[in-house]
Ligand binder design. Structure first.
Ligand SMILES: Nc1ncnc2c1ncn2[C@@H]1O[C@H](COP(=O)(O)OP(=O)(O)O)[C@@H](O)[C@H]1O
Ligand SMILES: [Mg+2]
Length: 375
C-alpha cells in the first residue's frame, strides 16, 4: 500500500467514525480529504484504474456535499430509555411500494426446528423487552437493534426473521440487497433510507435485509462509487434508528459473511451476529416429525433413524426429502385407487433423488469464519 492509498483509507475510516459519532462537520472534512487522495491516486495511474479512482473521488465529493445538510443522529449513549416503543403495531401495514409491503407473518418460533440459542438471543434482545416494557425500562434496556444472521443457504434465516416479527406482532419489511441494487442503480442509498423510514413509521417493526453482502460489499481501493456511498449512507441511517423511540429490529441475512464490508461489523451497527448452521440431530428429528405429522406411514418406516442419517443436509433439503416421499405415496394412491400411505421405498427413493445441497468444504468455511472473526 502506498502513502496515498493509506491516507485515502485513513480518511475514509475517519469519515465513517465521524458519521457514527454524529459529527457531520468532521465527517465532511474527511470525505473531502478522501476525495483529494483519490484524485491524487488517479493522477498516478492510467486507464481503467485511474478512471475508477476518479469515480470513487467523485463519490466522496458527493458524500461531502450531502453532509453539508445531513442531520446526523448523535451516537447512542449506553443505557437509553425504552420510550414509547412498547406498544406493538396493530394490524398489518398498508402496501406502500414494492419494497414496503409489510404484514405480520404467520410463522412462529414453534414452527422452527432447532436454533435454540438463536431463539434465546432474540427473546432476550427484543421479545421479552417488548412483552415486559416496564421491567425492561427499569433496567434501561431498549428493545431492537441490529442482528446479522449468517450461514449456508436453506437453514431458515428468512423463516427465522419472519418468526421474530410474528413473536412481537410486528410488520415484516423485506428487501434483498440485489433487488435494491439492480432496480435502483445510482439511487440505492436513497431507496434504503426510504425503506428505513417506512419501517420507522411503525412503533415496532422488523426490517429484513436479505443478501446484505450484495448491498454492503467489501470495499477495495478501487470499489465503485456506489459501494462507497451505500456503505457510508447505511451506517449513518442505521445510526439514526438507534436514536428513535421506535423499536426497530434490523436483520441482515447473508450466505457469504466474508463478502460483507468490514465497517458493517466494526462500527457496532449490528450488536449480534448469529450463525444459523445446519440442523443438529434434534432439529432434524423435529423437521421430520413435523413433515410427517398426521401422515400415514407404513410400520417399517423409521423416521428417527432416517433423520439421524441426514447429518450434513440443510433444513430445506430435509423438508424437500419428506415432501418428495409424501408426493410419491400420493401419486401411487391415485394410480391404485387406495388410501395414501408413505412406505420405506418412498423415503429411500426421495433420499436418492435429493442429495445434500452443501459440501463439507463449504460448511468448513463457515466454521473457519466463526473461529477467526467473531470469537
Ligand atoms: N430450522 C428449520 N425449521 C423449519 N424449517 C426449516 C428450517 N430450516 C429450513 N427450513 C425449511 O427450509 C426452507 C428454506 O429456509 P429459508 O428460511 O429460506 O433459508 P435461508 O434464508 O437460510 O436460505 C424454509 O421455508 C423451511 O421450509
Ligand atoms: Mg433466505
Amino acid at each position: 500500500m502506498s502513502f496515498l492509498s493509506d491516507k485515502k483509507g485513513e480518511h475514509e475510516a475517519a469519515c465513517e467514525k465521524a458519521i457514527q459519532s454524529g459529527d457531520a462537520g468532521r465527517a465532511r472534512m474527511h470525505a473531502a480529504k478522501a476525495a483529494e487522495f483519490c484524485f491524487a491516486l488517479a493522477r498516478q495511474s492510467t486507464g481503467p484504474v485511474a478512471a475508477s479512482y476518479v469515480k470513487t473521488a467523485e463519490g466522496w465529493l458527493e458524500i461531502a456535499e450531502k453532509l453539508k445538510t445531513a442531520k446526523l443522529p448523535k451516537a447512542q449513549q449506553p443505557g437509553g430509555d425504552v420510550g414509547k416503543a412498547a406498544e406493538p403495531a396493530a394490524g398489518a401495514a398498508a402496501a406502500g411500494s414494492e419494497f414496503e409491503v409489510a404484514e405480520i407473518p404467520s410463522v412462529s418460533f414453534d414452527d422452527i426446528a432447532g436454533m435454540a440459542s438463536a431463539k434465546a438471543t432474540i427473546m432476550e434482545m427484543i421479545v421479552y423487552p417488548m412483552r415486559e416494557p416496564e421491567k425492561a425500562r427499569a433496567m434501561k434496556l431498549k428493545p431492537g437493534g441490529g442482528v446479522i444472521l449468517y450461514g449456508p443457504p436453506g437453514n431458515g434465516k428468512t423463516m427465522f426473521g419472519k418468526a421474530i416479527a410474528h413473536e412481537i406482532n410486528a410488520p415484516f419489511f423485506y428487501a434483498s440487497g440485489a433487488q435494491l441494487r439492480s432496480k435502483w442503480h445510482g439511487e440505492s442509498e436513497q431507496n434504503l433510507s426510504r425503506l428505513l423510514k417506512a419501517a420507522q413509521a411503525h412503533p415496532v417493526a422488523v426490517l429484513f435485509l436479505d443478501e446484505i453482502d450484495g448491498l454492503l460489499p467489501r470495499r477495495t481501493a478501487s470499489s465503485s462509487v456506489v459501494d462507497n456511498r451505500i456503505v457510508t449512507q447505511f451506517l449513518a441511517d442505521v445510526g439514526g434508528f438507534r436514536e428513535s423511540e421506535n423499536a426497530l429490529l434490523i436483520l441482515g441475512a447473508t450466505n457469504e459473511p466474508w463478502s460483507i464490508d468490514e465497517a458493517v461489523f466494526r462500527t457496532g451497527r449490528f450488536d449480534e451476529k448469529i450463525y444459523i448452521g445446519l440442523p443438529d440431530a434434534e432439529a432434524r428429528d423435529a423437521l421430520f416429525a413435523k413433515a410427517f405429522d398426521g401422515v400415514s406411514c407404513a410400520a417399517d418406516v423409521d423416521l428417527a433413524s432416517v433423520a439421524q442419517s441426514l447429518d450434513g443436509y440443510t433444513g430445506s433439503d430435509i423438508v424437500g426429502i419428506a415432501k418428495k416421499a409424501r408426493q410419491a405415496a400420493f401419486r401411487r394412491s391415485i394410480e391404485q385407487g387406495a388410501d395414501p400411505q408413505v412406505t420405506k421405498e418412498d423415503v429411500e427413493a426421495a433420499l436418492r433423488a435429493i442429495p445434500s445441497s452443501v459440501t463439507p468444504a463449504l460448511v468448513a468455511r463457515y466454521e473457519k469464519f466463526n473461529r477467526e472473526r467473531f470469537q
